[in-house]
Ligand binder design. Structure first.
Ligand SMILES: [Cu+2]
Length: 66
């Protein structure tokens, strides 16, 4: 399980944008977003670094770890 601290998720469409982007990288990824705490939990074979980079390319702040 990879946990990212994500900043800038203002609304529900941010959540689905991030979820879809992760699943386009790894279609089997399981993604759980807690927007209140800015926590994105990902069950994926992708590395934490590539997932964090991906979220950053969407325009959000992302940091690895809880
Ligand atoms: Cu939004």
């Amino acid at each position: 399980m990879i946990v990212l601290k994500v900043t800038g998720m203002g609304c529900g469409s941010c959540v689905s944008k991030i979820t879809k982007a992760i699943q386009s990288l790894d279609e089997r990824a399981r993604v759980e977003v807690d927007r209140a705490s800015g926590t994105v939990s990902i069950d994926s074979d992708e590395s934490a670094a590539s997932l964090s980079d991906l979220v950053q390319t969407l325009g959000y702040g992302a940091e690895i770890g809880a």
